[in-house]
Design a binder for this molecule. Structure first.
Ligand code: PAF
Length: 280
């Protein structure tokens, strides 16, 4: 069932809750891939009713980012959601989410000033705002986010805790192509040459994780290893390679507890992110 109107999806969820069902929610921007399927399948296993949303949220794109060109394929997305046995899809037009006069935003401080927040100012404000609205509309018991967007998942967890939102945030492991490249809707932008180079992102992360297993604890050395490996890429520029504490994303000098090693790399206009948790 596809709903474009807020009132209609609310009626649907109210009815399911009335039947005693727990509601799992998978928010997406569409152009779905196996990473999204993993979120929906997990929600299916854990919840009586599964709602997904497809909404390309203009608020989380900067003025020079790819909002207009963001890939869209609604029919294919619907087929995939059906295969994952999603019960309802919320697919609102922009005016339904942001009617004239809209002027309220949600800002999660601290966690959003580093990593992707640094190179994409306003991005997490847009994410936090739309996710708050989606949570208020769908009122899920659980919501599912991918570990690939580790910072996003941490920001949302913080927001949910700080604002006492009655929803459990579930983070699902990154789904990868056979060669290790993290699934992303933006992978379609890569040229064949860029696509051939892209698995190096995950290889460099794994190399650092191996160094940690071998006893290396110095964050600068570990990030330096990753940078060196990435600097061998012909068509790519490094946006950031950083090691940050979990869950508060503070700078780390020495690893004495699990930390997030995260990177962002630009292949031409395509920006790819990936991360790994360094276990100590
Ligand atoms: O991860 C995404 O696809 C988006 O940031 C989200 C969570 C659906 C908000 O627009």
């Amino acid at each position: 069932m596809i709903f474009e109107k807020i009132d209609r999806i609310r009626d649907f969820v109210r009815e399911k809750k009335g039947q005693g069902k727990t509601v799992g929610f998978v928010p997406t921007m569409g152009y779905l891939h196996r990473g999204h399927a993993a979120l929906a399948e997990r929600a299916r296993r854990e919840c009586g009713t599964v709602v997904a949303s497809i909404f390309v949220n203009p608020l989380q794109f900067g003025p020079r980012e790819d909002y207009a060109e963001y890939p869209r394929d609604f029919d294919r997305d619907c087929r995939m959601l059906e295969e994952c046995r999603v019960d309802a899809l919320f697919h609102p037009p922009v005016e339904e989410m942001y009617p004239g006069g809209f002027c309220t935003h949600v800002e999660v401080e601290g966690l959003t000033g580093c990593l992707c927040g640094k190179s994409r100012p306003g991005h997490f404000r847009g994410v936090a705002t739309v996710v708050t609205k989606l949570f208020n509309i769908v009122q899920p018991d659980r919501a599912y986010f991918g570990q690939k967007d580790a910072q996003q998942a941490l920001v949302i967890k913080r927001m949910v805790e700080d604002l006492n939102m009655p929803v459990e945030i579930v983070t699902v492991p990154t789904v990868r192509e056979e060669d290790g490249l993290a699934m992303s809707s933006r992978n379609v932008y890569l040229t064949p040459e860029q696509r051939a180079e892209a698995p190096v992102l995950y290889e460099s992360l794994k190399e650092a994780a191996r160094a940690v297993s071998g006893g290396e604890r110095d964050a600068r050395t570990l990030a330096g290893m990753v940078r060196e490996r990435l600097s061998g890429l012909k068509g790519a520029g490094i946006d950031y390679v950083e090691i940050r504490s979990l869950p508060d994303l503070k700078e780390v000098e020495r690893l004495d507890s699990p930390a997030l090693l995260a990177l962002a790399v630009r292949f031409g206009k395509t920006r790819l992110i990936d991360n790994i948790v360094l276990e100590v």
